[in-house]
Write a protein that binds this ligand. Sequence first.
Ligand SMILES: *Cc1c(COP(=O)(O)O)cnc(C)c1O
Length: 375
Amino acid sequence: MRVALYDHAKLYREHRGEIDAAIARVLESGQFTWGEEVPGFEEEFASWVDARHAVAVGSGTAALTTALRALGIGPGDEVITVANTDLADSAAISAVGASVVWVDIDPESRCIDTTACEAAITPRTRALLPVDMYGHPADMVEMRRIADRHGLALVEDACLALGAEIDGSRLGSLADVTCFSFAPGKHLGAYGAAGACTTQDAALAERIRRLATNGQARERNYGPKPSLGLHHEAEGHNERMDELQAAVLRAKLPYLDEALAVRRAQADRYTERLAGLADLPGQKTGFRHAWRNYVIELDRRDALAAHLLAQGIGCNALYSPPMHLQPVYKGLGCAAGSLPTTERSGNRLLGLPLGPHLSLQQIDVVAEEVRAGLA
Ligand SMILES: *Cc1c(COP(=O)(O)O)cnc(C)c1O
């Protein structure tokens, strides 16, 4: 590949000293659970996103599932979300026994259409689950208003939007729970699965933490007076972050601002070089994009993708087809045509390579090949 979508090994080599030291610190401690790295990361991460509490969990999927469970969402409840996203959102809703309700998206931000969301609320609706698509924040100010007006819980999937901002504030404190993923290809990538929930509510943070550690409290298992036997306060799951991942993330967190600046510069470059060639991703007033993906839309998507791949340029069509058209959800009866903006976007979208493993010169190469592929 001339321009790859990811190069995790290259990014590792750039900070090899700190990362190797962090990993060795955990291995030497012999403490792979209930150690000091997870609480240390929780504190540093909460401070970075400017949220009161962070709970480190095993993945973005675990963050979503545990957040819904901690909010008491379960059988008989409906949760409203979007279909142009990771399976994790719909699967988390099903995992707690609730019913998924998909609504359409706003064509510019590609995040939840707030009017459609409010119109879909029924007496059974218990929670709203907007997704910050590709790094563009959902309209969380309006979503908060809707949730408050109807007495609903608000969970935000910010797995693609670490570092995105609304009115100058980083995402992480606008929803009841904000969920993050540290999958290797996300803004802050672990070397395996990892995720986090942030919240302003101390009791909710503690509930999430217990549910993610088999219903056990840290103080019973670690510290000066651990209990002799088991003590389960809730029927939790094993959804915790492991000490190794926490140590790796602590080593990488100091470089996150720099990596975000690189992403923003690359997105600006694409926007400048690709003007007029396709529908380019926008940034609504008051919102600051985190640019996990640079996703263009065009009618000749498949032909352009074939050209780029033939030229050694990585590209993908995430997230498409949307969840309501995936085989797994056929039984839910949400037919083609029911979410027109979501479907049109899904048929036309193409993600281009972007990230701190690339140089601006490589972005220019991609832009040139997009031009050539459409000529
Ligand atoms: C990556 C991602 C998830 C899932 O996170 P994992 O860490 O892979 O479980 C959920 N939602 C969105 C929007 C994502 O991009």
